[in-house]
Structure formats: structure tokens, C-alpha cells
Design a protein around this ligand. Structure first.
Ligand code: 13P
Ligand code: SF4
Length: 298
């Protein structure tokens, strides 16, 4: 199947992009594995006719918005991010009416319609830099309350958060951090900014998934406790075979990230379905918010 995928990929002038939380077989067949920011940047710059996006809905939508001339395919139509659907465009419009002076930052884990209502996007890798780049003192931040809290702590901005959350990261508890440290006293604790503030307080470092990868490579530590979705551990172990990685919780599984497999990737390359498109009226406004983010340094 891998040979068939590779041959068809060439024939179709396709690239396979995969998020760090995908299953190992999919990661191994991908042209690029990364976090949301890296994959957005790649979607914008890659020279390909087809992007097979192994991730969840908002990531494929972002690729389609940035590259309207490319065919974007999401191998599993039902792979969606629950947090991205925790705020509707109407709810955001109501919030904007309450704070007319505020800038609107939306986490890329959001729908294209919500991006279209926002001034600028951010990812977990650049939320602090994005908020810091704005003139306004007041910033509406949607949909993740935990990333909003993290940005509020690291900027001078008055952050107005929405009450969305990622069920995978919001589930980690301080007790789990204490227990993991007791089991592995030499390990560094790395957590994602979608975790609750009380969990972040107990961590050594806070990173997006790509940031965790970079840190693990350069750190002198030999052991790491990883506070994000468990799929991340495969890549960390593969890139650092002489180091040990332990999940903060074995239960941290994003069901939607696990829906894509090689059979679906092959079918996507054969049929170029399910395609992901965003109506240009929405895409053009969402594109401004994403491109403004991509122009922010850091
Ligand atoms: P990253 O941008 O860190 O890869 O995170 C994306 C995501 O969905 C986290 O749950
Ligand atoms: Fe969404 Fe959380 Fe899954 Fe990331 S891990 S895609 S934020 S549900």
C-alpha cells in the first residue's frame, strides 16, 4: 500500500502533510510532519497540485484558504476538532459588539467563518507574539480559554477569552503531573499551552508540538514527560532514540486525529475526495487573518 501511495502521489503531483498527532503509518508516509503553524506555512509555499491533509478539518480548511488553486483533500471527512466548533460566527459578532475597541485574535483551531470575522489568527506556537504585535490594548481571544489565559500571562494585553477548550488537553490534572514526576524524577515536563493554567504552572516548559520536538533535540535531559496528545511520542522517540519519553496521561488521545489511516490516504489519492473548499467570500476574509499571522515574526 505504501508503494501504491508513493507512486500515485508522484502521478498526481501531490504532497502529504501530516499533523504530529497522526498514527505512525501515516506519519511515515508523509512528506512533511509538523504542528499547525509549520503545516500552514507549508501549504502556502509548496509547489504541488494536490495536498492530502492528514489532520482535522480546520487544518485542511486553512490549507484550502491559503492555496485556492490547489486541490485539498482530507482523507477522513469526519476528522474534526471539537474545539474549533465551540464558537459560531454569530457568537463572535455578539462579542465584538460588546467590545468594539478590541482586536480579535482567533486560534487556528476555528472554522473558516470565525476566521473571517477575526483580525488575525494565531497558533499555539505564536499566540504571544501575535497578541503582542497588535496596537489595541483589549484583545478578544477565541475559542480556547486555556491558550487565552497563557497569552494573557505573557503579554500586557487585556484578554477577553471565549470559553472553548480542547477536551484532550483540558483533561490533564496537577495530580497527574505530580504522579508523573514521582515516577520519573529526572524527567523534564513539557506541556502544550492548551493545558489548564494549574497544569502549566507545574511544567518546566510550555510548547506547541513542534516546539516540543525542537526542545527534545537540544535538551541535555535524557527523560521527558510529555503533556500533549499521545501521538506526539512516536515522533519524539523516532528523532531521539537514545532518550525516553513518557506520556503525562495515556488517556490523552484525540479520537479525530486517529481516524486517518493508510487505506484512506490511498483512497484520497485515487479519488481526490473528500475535497475541502471554502467559498471565496469567506476565504478572502479568512485569508487576511491567516496571512497577517504568517507575517508576524517568531
Ligand atoms: P499544535 O499547533 O501545537 O500542533 O497543536 C494543534 C492542536 O490541535 C493541539 O491540540
Ligand atoms: Fe482539537 Fe484537541 Fe484534537 Fe487538537 S487535540 S485537534 S485541539 S480536539
Amino acid at each position: 500500500m505504501i508503494e501504491e501511495i508513493l507512486a500515485l502521489k508522484k502521478e498526481r503531483h501531490a504532497v502529504i502533510l501530516a499533523h504530529n498527532y497522526q498514527i505512525p503509518e501515516v506519519l511515515d508516509v508523509a512528506d512533511l510532519v509538523g504542528d499547525s503553524l509549520e503545516l500552514s506555512r507549508a501549504a502556502a509555499r509548496l509547489d504541488a497540485e494536490v495536498i492530502v491533509f492528514c489532520g482535522v478539518d480546520f487544518m485542511a480548511e486553512t490549507a484550502a484558504i491559503l492555496s485556492p488553486q490547489k486541490k485539498v483533500v482530507l482523507p477522513e471527512k469526519g476528522a474534526w476538532c471539537p474545539m474549533a466548533h465551540m464558537i459560531t460566527p454569530d457568537q463572535l459578532k455578539e462579542l465584538k459588539a460588546l467590545y468594539p475597541e478590541a482586536a480579535v485574535v482567533c486560534y487556528v483551531n476555528s472554522t473558516a467563518e470565525v476566521k473571517a470575522e477575526s483580525d488575525i489568527c494565531c497558533t499555539s506556537a505564536n499566540g504571544v507574539q501575535v497578541a503582542g504585535s497588535l496596537e489595541q490594548k483589549q484583545v478578544i481571544f477565541v475559542p480556547d480559554r486555556n491558550l487565552a489565559a497563557y497569552v494573557a500571562r505573557h503579554t500586557e494585553k487585556q484578554i477577553i477569552p471565549w470559553n472553548g477548550y480542547c477536551y484532550v488537553h483540558d483533561h490533564f490534572t496537577p495530580e497527574e503531573v505530580h504522579a508523573a514526576r514521582a515516577r520519573h524524577p529526572q524527567a523534564e515536563v513539557l506541556v502544550h499551552p492548551e493545558c489548564r493554567p494549574e497544569v502549566i504552572d507545574l511544567a518546566d516548559y510550555v510548547y506547541s508540538t513542534a516546539g516540543m520536538g525542537r526542545h527534545a533535540r537540544v535538551s541535555k535531559a535524557r527523560e521527558f514527560i510529555i503533556g500533549t496528545e499521545v501521538g506526539m511520542l512516536y515522533r519524539l522517540k523516532k528523532e531521539n532514540p537514545d532518550k525516553e519519553f513518557y506520556p503525562l496521561s495515556e488517556k490523552a488521545v484525540c479520537q479525530n486525529m486517529k481516524k486517518t489511516n493508510l487505506v484512506k490516504v490511498l483512497r484520497a489519492l485515487q479519488t481526490l475526495e473528500p475535497g475541502v473548499t471554502v467559498p471565496e467570500e469567506i476565504a478572502s476574509r479568512a485569508r487576511k487573518a491567516i496571512e497577517r499571522m504568517l507575517a508576524v515574526k517568531g
